[in-house]
Design a protein around this ligand. Structure first.
Ligand SMILES: [Mn+2]
Length: 316
């Protein structure tokens, strides 16, 4: 499972457009039966134009070729590519379940992405998918429901309830929140800025990380509880911070009594303001993934930890 490629987004670099990171991902696919693209694969929130789709098609074609006809991609939209399923989701209304199979022609944009993956098998699910009887995966944007003040969303936010249907969270995807992408749902817009000098990266990264632990992890647990998802392990993305890592407090990455375990896929974005002058050990270093082994246990892994900053972004 990987997420938050944000292909086509300006600002930093979507590293899968660069040869070394793409090669690392393709090599990792050889050891897996299927790839889950867990949301924000393509940047359609900044622009609905075809440039993002064209960028995404180049990358997805390589992924599809490498997987081949006997393997599979599961594609789950997030909030930055919610456009792919926007009209379909609106038609579903309160009939939207925790897991829905989305028709590949739900939008012209979705059709293009599915075509780019035509060398392999594709299923589209939204907002979540059961990967096996123990494991549920979702992009994670529903957690914004528990973080954003009403004013920043611009719509009435229903009070958090003990139980809720996916439809109650859908407004999160269809309204731009004004949050910068790299800190989505974690810090007020003014608190972090792309134009910050990059020597601040260690500080910015530490600040973000504290917000993530204190707010995003409990918010994700609240979503899981409200939706009534009864899983041993839940995989999400969205916050761009892979984990849990070896040195993380494992108790924060789990519900009460240790269940469910939470795992985050991290991102495939190089954002100088949070990784500059750091290395593969940095929490926001791109190239995160969650891998499920033969025993069914999910693990957080880093596929680009051995690359230098220069290798992440080099065009040849
Ligand atoms: Mn997101």
């Amino acid at each position: 499972m990987i997420s938050d490629l944000h292909l086509g987004q300006g600002g930093g670099v979507s590293v899968l457009t660069r040869p070394r990171p793409l090669a690392a991902l393709l090599d990792a696919l050889d050891a897996h039966d299927r790839l889950v693209l867990l949301g924000d694969t393509v940047e359609l929130q900044e622009t609905h134009g075809s440039q993002s789709l064209a960028t995404a098609e180049l990358v997805l074609r390589r992924i599809g070729e490498r997987l081949g006809e006997h393997k599979q991609v599961l594609l789950l939209p997030g909030n930055h590519d919610h456009w792919l399923v926007r009209d379909w989701s609106a038609r579903m209304g309160t009939g939207l379940a925790r897991e829905n199979l989305v028709p590949p022609d739900a939008s012209p944009q979705l059709r293009r992405l599915v075509s780019a993956l035509s060398d392999t098998n594709v299923e589209i699910h939204y907002p979540g998918v059961w990967l096996d009887e123990r494991t549920w995966a979702t992009h994670g944007h529903y957690l914004n429901h528990y973080l954003h003040p009403v004013s920043s969303v611009g719509v009435h936010r229903p009070a958090p309830t003990a139980s809720a249907r996916p439809a109650s969270f859908e407004y999160v995807a269809s309204h731009r929140t004004g949050e910068p992408h790299l800190s989505e749902g974690l810090l007020p817009e003014r608190a972090i800025d792309r134009h910050l000098p990059s020597w601040l990266a260690p500080l910015t990264s530490a600040l973000l990380d504290r917000q993530m632990r204190r707010h995003a992890l409990p918010a994700m647990l609240a979503v899981i509880s409200a939706l009534g998802v009864d899983a041993d392990q839940v995989i999400f993305g969205h916050v761009h911070r892979r984990g849990p890592r070896a040195r993380d407090d494992q108790r924060r990455w789990a519900g009460p009594g240790g269940r469910p375990r939470l795992l985050n896929t991290g991102s495939w974005r190089y954002e100088p303001v949070i990784v500059r002058r750091l290395d593969g050990r940095a929490p926001y270093w791109p190239g995160g993934a969650v891998s499920i082994g033969a025993d069914g246990q999910a693990h957080s892994i880093g596929l680009l930890e051995n690359l230098s900053e220069r290798e992440l972004v080099a065009v040849a």
